[in-house]
Write a protein of this length. Structure first.
Length: 83
């Protein structure tokens, strides 16, 4: 969490980053759904998607798609780039 406070970001991006950090394991990896992040941050799912896009573009977060055995999509895997 300390790392998230040190990032110079607009408030929504910082809040989404903090929500990711809150659910991440010790390696900075988490699997929250967009709707879970939206509920935690009290914003729309679209706002979370925009914030995640900005965090990914800034190199603070990496996102990997996950799929179930039947080929359907699951929540993405997010990796915090703890630098």
């Amino acid at each position: 969490m300390k790392w998230t406070w040190e990032q110079a970001l607009p408030s929504t991006q910082k809040f989404v980053l903090m929500a990711l950090a809150d659910v991440a394991n010790d390696e900075g990896i988490g699997w929250p759904s967009i709707s879970t992040l939206a509920k935690r941050c009290a914003v729309s799912t679209r706002t979370v998607q925009r914030a995640l896009g900005a965090l990914i573009q800034a190199g603070l977060v990496r996102s990997d798609e996950r799929h179930r055995g039947d080929g359907s999509t699951s929540s993405n895997r997010y990796q915090l780039n703890l630098i």
